[in-house]
Design a protein around this ligand. Structure first.
Ligand code: DPP
Ligand code: ZN
Length: 882
């Protein structure tokens, strides 16, 4: 397999101007004809090299003349025309493809009887020969012809120019997209679909038709997606002044889809999971995910489509930025603090481990074998943190100025991360020091802080040191530019007014005009440096990295009592939560040591007390409380250990949960009582928050394995009128194996067997179970009639779910590793992208003890030596072994 490097990037020798595509969709095969206007970037005859994969070439014409074999060269990846005519010419290619047999779900394929496409990153080359790279931007006209009764709906990008009936029961549709686009944004859908229709009036008064397409029986489940779409359109106008640019916006939901969704110009194609929702079948988390992803794909219309990426190394240019935008959108629609907590947790649970493992790569990777492997939490979520830092440094208005300049300079272009950086800098005349390191250095910086108070001088000093750990290919790192938003709390818990800070030989005033400031940004840029606050008349407790102002690990010298103080008082709610998490992490780590040494486990009463005061604080947002009483995950704790010990961490986390449940039982019971509701389900923030708090209380209570409390959970299960509460009760019961557990799981399946999205939840819940030896149950589920290895969502639920249970995936007998190894090899033959996501579960294998290491390594070696292995899986598995 060939590795591709950013440093080798070259401009294309040819550009395309207009592209006419004609699709004859058939049951056995599909014929694709393309007609492309090609022009050279510079005159001089260089070969034209087109990408292609799994295509049968029927003919090639240049300026109307058919090329004979010999006038072109064909291999398994390219079609090369060695000496094309000079100047602009017309290229016509006809290929034959087999969407029915395409189980990779990239290119053109069938999902539940309908045709659909997925071209990002490099799927277009499975449709026809093309320069499949994002800087080839062209205007597309697309004609689709198909059987009318089988495929009554024919969709592509842009505006519908015409449609009509043809002989032999066929019909056609002709689409034209007036905007230039790269081929990864091409989309086509044909099938039996119905739509929910609505209209959005843009700020300049244009009417946009909105249509969400699904099979007829699911149209009633698209109301929330439509609501989300309209909210997103309005939000982008209000916050960024960005208006939609066509008269039609289509969304199609398909059940078989590798990723979450795809932002094809005016024809977004979605995994059904992220469109379909009704109160009975979807949980609050599903509703929130739909809001976020509908927003995300819509926002791509500007950040991704109007301005796209020069090459795939720049993926974060559009993804980091668009994730940031969807995070902000969701914050504005719900609770900013809670959304921030959820996003930071996600970063810690998924991205930090990636940054510390064999797949560590910068936000802008330096190389790849398969680009699909780089749609990662680093490019997306860490990329969003990088964008967020611009906003932190520039403020909302400065950030908006930068965005405006970015669009003014680059509309219609394919650009780089430096272009975005330059727009932010130039619009604000800003000094960003070595900020660009965030794009090129992998690894999570470790920032250490110590503090000291000088009562005589009235100064408070913060000493910072930073270190960016070595990552594959990057043994030595430069210091980064880390914005640390900080405040100082006085002994009553209030923010102290900050007047000035001495740093780097200069005194900087913090107060702005005569207004005192209560928070300031410390620009940490060196390996070691200090900041001295003046006019501090009492010893403060510092609140650092407020709002998680940079994606770093922070270690401070704060004592437990400082942390309890912050938990109780910090004006930055994110940092209140964070103080609780720091305490919980310390506590869990010390209990893990006790457990390993065979000492009895005892829970610090101060911790219980701290949580109780949060639990009983009626002034707090209910979902904030739910987050604050959620312990850090097992993976997070294992990441902090020298040698990860899944059994010890699991035992400790379960112990703390039970202990909290029993000591706070009365509080939890009243939370369940007081947060029931008889009203109909409404998706709004207060209701979601109420349900979140009730559900976590129920989960704690059920962990006690007490008859009465199991009955309570059963009662909640039976009386629930929405999926959020029904599923939470089911999950609470499912913690404890036994008769009730079996009966309720069976009941749930019987209820929902006809709804594949709900059945996936049922698979996931069983797969994630901590019951020892669960691998056998999961193996049995593979042959359940509702299971299908070809459907990515089912794989993510059952196999992905299983790998997320540390005790079972990392079972000491190697049964979990063996199971995954077998599945990966099997799955790779069907769908390499999905297989490669699954194999990533092995990536932290070196963190475990020797026995486990040997068992995991053996599976990785078995995978790497499998016959006909895909490049996708090879890249991940071989990096894991390197
Ligand atoms: N570009 C897509 C997204 O929105 C990936 N399928 O993230
Ligand atoms: Zn995206």
């Amino acid at each position: 397999p060939k590795e591709i490097f950013l440093k080798d990037h070259k401009l294309p020798d040819y550009y395309f101007d207009s592209v006419d595509l004609n699709f004859l969709l058939g049951e056995e095969k599909t014929i694709v004809s393309s007609k492309i206007t090609v022009f050279p970037r510079v005159d001089g005859s260089s070969p034209l090299v087109l990408d292609g994969a799994d295509l049968k070439l029927l003919s090639v014409k240049v300026n109307g003349e058919e090329l004979k074999n010999g006038d072109y060269h064909l291999d398994s990846r390219h079609l090369t025309i060695p000496s094309p005519p000079s100047g602009t010419f017309m290229l016509e290619i006809v290929t034959e493809i087999y969407p029915q047999k395409n189980t990779s779900l990239e290119g053109l394929y069938k999902s539940s009887g309908n045709f659909c496409t997925q071209c990002e990153a490099e799927g277009f080359r499975k449709i026809t020969f093309y320069q499949d790279r994002p800087d080839i931007m062209a205007k597309y006209t697309v004609r689709i012809e198909a059987d009318k009764s089988l495929y009554p709906v024919l969709l592509s990008n842009g505006n519908l120019l015409g449609q009509g009936d043809l002989e032999g029961g066929k019909h056609y549709a002709l689409w034209e997209d007036p905007f230039k686009k790269p081929c990864y944004l091409f989309g086509l859908v044909a099938g039996q679909l119905e739509s929910r229709d609505d209209t959005f009036v843009t700020s300049s008064g244009r009417n946009v038709s909105l249509r969400i397409w699904t099979p007829a029986q699911d149209v009633h489940k698209t109301a929330h997606a439509m609501y989300s779409l309209k909210a997103a359109m309005k939000w982008d106008e209000d916050v960024f002044g960005l208006e939609y640019d066509l008269d039609l916006f289509n969304i199609v939901a398909v059940p078989d889809f590798n990723m979450g969704a795809m932002e094809n110009k005016s024809l977004n194609i979605f995994n059904s999971k992220l469109v379909l929702a009704s109160p009975e079948t979807a949980s609050d988390a599903d509703y929130a995910a739909i809001l976020g992803v509908i927003g995300h794909e819509y926002f791509h219309n500007w950040t991704g489509n109007r301005v796209t990426c020069r090459d795939w190394f720049q993926l974060s240019l559009k993804e980091g930025l668009t994730v940031f935008r969807d995070q902000e959108f969701s914050s504005d629609m719900g609770s900013r603090t809670v959304k921030r907590i959820a996003d930071v947790s996600r970063l810690r649970i998924s991205q930090f481990p990636q940054d510390a493992g064999p797949m560590a790569h910068p936000v802008r990777p330096h190389s790849y074998i398969k680009m699909d492997n780089f749609y990662t939490v680093t490019v997306y979520e860490k990329g969003a943190e990088v964008v967020r830092m611009y906003k932190t440094l520039l403020g909302s208005q400065g950030f908006r100025k930068g965005m405006d300049l970015y669009f003014k300079r680059h509309d219609g272009q394919a650009v780089t991360c430096e272009d975005f950086f330059a727009a932010m800098r130039d619009a604000n005349d800003a000094d960003f020091a070595n900020f660009l390191q965030w794009y090129s250095q992998a690894g999570t910086p470790l920032v250490k802080v110590t503090s000291s108070y000088d009562a005589a001088a009235h100064t408070f000093t913060l000493k910072f040191s930073q270190e960016v750990p070595p990552t594959p290919g990057q043994p030595v790192k430069e210091p980064m530019f880390i914005p640390v938003v900080s405040g100082l709390l006085d002994p009553s818990g209030k923010d102290m007014p900050l007047s000035s800070v001495y740093h780097d030989g200069a005194l900087r005033s913090i107060a702005n005009n005569s207004e005192p400031a209560y928070s300031t940004i410390l620009r940490v840029t060196k390996k070691e440096e200090e900041f001295v606050f003046s006019d501090i008349h009492e010893r403060p407790v510092p609140s650092l990295l407020r709002g998680f102002s940079a994606p770093v690990r922070l270690e401070s010298d704060l004592s437990d009592s400082d942390l309890f103080f912050l938990l109780a008082h910090d004006s930055d709610d994110f940092n209140r939560w964070e103080a609780g998490q720091v305490l919980a992490r310390k506590l869990m780590l010390s209990l893990v040591v006790d457990f390993q040494q065979g000492k009895p486990l005892v829970l610090n009463p101060k911790f219980v007390q701290g949580l109780r005061s949060i639990l009983c604080d009626s002034s707090l947002d209910k979902e904030f409380i739910a987050k604050a009483i959620t312990l850090p995950g097992e993976g997070e704790i294992m990441d902090m250990m020298e040698v990860a010990d899944p059994d010890a961490v699991h035992a400790v986390r379960s112990f703390i949960r039970k202990q909290l449940a029993s000591e706070l039982k009365a509080d939890f019971l009243s939370l369940v009582e007081n947060n029931r509701s008889s009203e109909e389900y409404v998706f709004n923030y207060p209701n979601m928050a109420r349900r979140a708090l009730k559900n976590i209380a129920l989960a704690y209570l059920a962990s006690l394995e007490d008859q009465e409390l199991t009955e309570l959970a059963l009662h909640e299960y039976k009386t629930a009128t929405n999926m959020t509460e029904q599923f939470a009760a089911l999950a609470a019961i499912a913690q404890n194996p036994g008769k009730i557990h079996d009966e309720v799981l069976a009941d749930f399946y019987t209820k929902w067997r006809d709804d594949f999205l709900v059945v996936n939840k049922w698979f996931a819940l069983q797969a994630m179970s901590d019951v020892p030896g669960n691998v056998e149950n999961v193996r049995n589920l593979l042959s359940h009639p509702a299971y299908d290895l070809r459907n990515p969502n089912k794989v993510y639920s059952l196999i992905g779910g299983f790998c997320s249970s540390p005790v079972n995936f990392h079972a000491k007998d190697g049964s979990g590793y063996k199971f995954l190894g077998e599945i990966v090899v099997q799955l790779d033959k069907i769908n390499p992208q999905v297989a490669s996501r699954m194999v990533s579960a092995f990536s932290r294998w070196r963190r475990y003890d020797e026995t486990r290491q040997n068992l995991a390594k053996a599976q990785l070696e078995m995978i790497v030596s499998a016959n006909g292995l895909s490049e996708n899986v090879f890249e991940i598995a071989s990096k894991c072994l390197a």
